[in-house]
Ligand binder design. Structure first.
Ligand code: ZN
Length: 245
């Protein structure tokens, strides 16, 4: 599996950057994970739009879904130009029916409801879902390939114990780290760098990648917080490189 961060910011993008999103690739299948502000522009620095095979959304907040409308327009135009032959499948939860129904864009994008109760095959992966603790319903994602290698994305969440068994057994944890631990009470629904490290340590993963970063303070401090409680490898997600599992 090849994982490329397209953006790493929480809440809104920095200048010329994007909010937290990832391109996950394996065996020629290309899946976009979240599609917030700035993501469509960054995606096209890696692949052409018609090469995208699927989109998975964790929840309906603008820093995770703001670019869905323009993605649908892009898919429509590439379909009219006959660059794309198939509609783009979108996978998302249906707890918000109004948002969920807008993901269906006629013959251009189809939508499939996902939930913690059912695993979903997406390209070469089996994908499982776990409800997080966030102001709106949100799903953590676990992608497992046929070699039984897994990546877990926490999506947006506060500390919540049910995530631990969900994360266990994965090679890489991609965790949000929205703030610094001394400020955690001011940022409800999110994790600090220290809490991301605690998740990784308690779940027994080897590698931790931090994303959904704050626009204030020194983001390197999030790594120090995580390293204080986690014995494995910790890095900030870097849109200039890819990670291999
Ligand atoms: Zn959110």
């Amino acid at each position: 599996m090849k994982l490329t961060p397209l953006g790493v910011w929480g809440a809104y993008p920095k200048a010329d950057e994007a909010t937290s999103a990832f391109l996950l690739e394996e065996g020629g299948f290309r899946c976009l994970i979240d599609c917030g502000s700035g993501v469509l522009a960054k995606l096209q620095t890696h692949i052409d739009l018609h090469e995208l095979d699927a989109l998975v959304l964790t929840h309906y907040h603008p820093d995770h879904d703001a670019d869905v409308g323009v993605l649908q327009h892009g898919v429509m135009i590439e379909t009219i130009l006959e660059k794309r032959q198939q509609p783009l499948p979108i996978y998302a939860h249906a707890q918000n029916q109004e948002k969920f129904s807008k993901l269906d864009y006629g013959k251009y994008t189809t939508v499939t409801a996902v939930s913690p109760e059912h695993k979903q095959t997406i390209g070469p992966w089996e994908v499982r879902f776990c409800e997080t603790k966030h102001p709106v319903y949100c799903l953590a994602l676990k992608f497992t390939n046929e070699n039984n290698d897994s990546i877990v994305f926490t999506a947006d969440t506060a500390w919540t114990e049910p995530l631990l068994p969900f994360i266990e057994g994965s090679e890489l944890l991609v965790s949000e780290a929205s703030t610094y631990h001394p400020m955690i009470d001011q940022i409800p629904g999110h994790l600090s760098g220290q809490q991301a490290g605690q998740l990784a340590e308690k779940a027994g993963v080897k590698r931790l990648l931090l994303t959904h970063l704050p626009h204030y303070g020194k983001v390197e401090d999030l790594v120090s917080e995580a390293k204080g409680v986690f014995s494995g490898e910790v890095t900030l997600a870097n849109p200039l490189r890819s990670y291999f599992i």
